[in-house]
Design a protein around this ligand. Structure first.
Ligand code: ADP
Ligand code: 5GP
Length: 201
């Protein structure tokens, strides 16, 4: 899919529990013209998660059928579940002229960059691994799930160097404002404002 629209894709990645969802929810409330890309996953819903709002929760059979049908812009196996971004999910939002924000693992981030050269990749860092563990334990109960997620950190942090921006989520409000600032400054780039400029000449 070629991005001929003015719309922009923003990818947010970072270790599990670092605060991606929390930051995205706040930014969505503060920045207009943003849409969230709802992924498909084979993971079971957590308490409070709603099908069609947080994810499209599907079983492995449906997910694999979607892969076969070429329904995904990108998909990856993350922490032993499948996650994917469907073409149909983001197409509509881009057609409406909205910028789209995607919460993806680092494999997803790299794949989006291949399809959409112009996309902006933001990596969220925790202040420390200890603090990350605390946040993860607050949310996930089974120890083996926490362990699995923590075991991926080294790989994820290595990939962070390929990202355009790093947001440090020590103080939540600061991390939200940094993310907001990245989105707004991307929108002010000259190539996005050429028409505005020419209308005055
Ligand atoms: P992710 O989407 O990256 O997996 P979440 O947004 O679900 O992470 O956040 C994981 C937990 O950490 C949640 O309980 C959230 O409230 C908490 N959290 C997020 N940011 C901060 C922060 N800056 N300080 C303390 N706790 C935070
Ligand atoms: P969680 O299970 O905590 O919601 O997400 C686990 C990981 O999967 C996170 O790193 C999140 O960014 C990633 N993820 C969520 N949706 C997608 C997707 O559609 N594609 C890819 N590649 N990763 C995703």
């Amino acid at each position: 899919m070629k991005s001929q629209h003015k719309s922009h894709l923003f990818v947010i990645s970072g270790p599990s529990g670092v605060g991606k969802n929390t930051i995205i929810s706040a930014v969505m409330q503060r920045v207009e013209g943003l849409a969230y890309s709802i992924s498909h996953t084979t993971r079971k819903p957590r308490n409070g998660e709603i099908n069609g709002r947080d994810y499209h929760f599907v079983d492995e059979k449906i997910f694999k059928k979607m892969i076969e049908n070429g329904d995904f812009v990108e998909w990856a196996r993350v922490y032993s579940d499948y996650y994917g971004t469907s073409f149909s999910g983001i197409k509509k939002k881009l057609a409406e002229g909205k910028d789209v924000i995607l919460d993806l693992d680092v494999q997803g981030g790299m794949n989006i960059r291949k399809h959409f050269k112009n996309s902006t990749l933001i990596f969220v860092l925790p202040p420390s691994i200890e603090e990350l563990k605390k946040r993860l334990s607050k949310r996930e109960t089974p120890d083996e799930i926490i362990e699995k997620r923590l075991s991926n950190i080294e790989f994820e942090l290595k990939m962070a160097e390929k990202y355009d921006y790093i947001v440090l989520n020590d103080i939540l409000e600061k991390a939200i404002r940094e993310t907001e600032a990245i989105i707004l400054s991307e929108r002010c780039k000259t190539y996005k404002r050429v028409e505005l400029l020419r209308s005055l000449i």
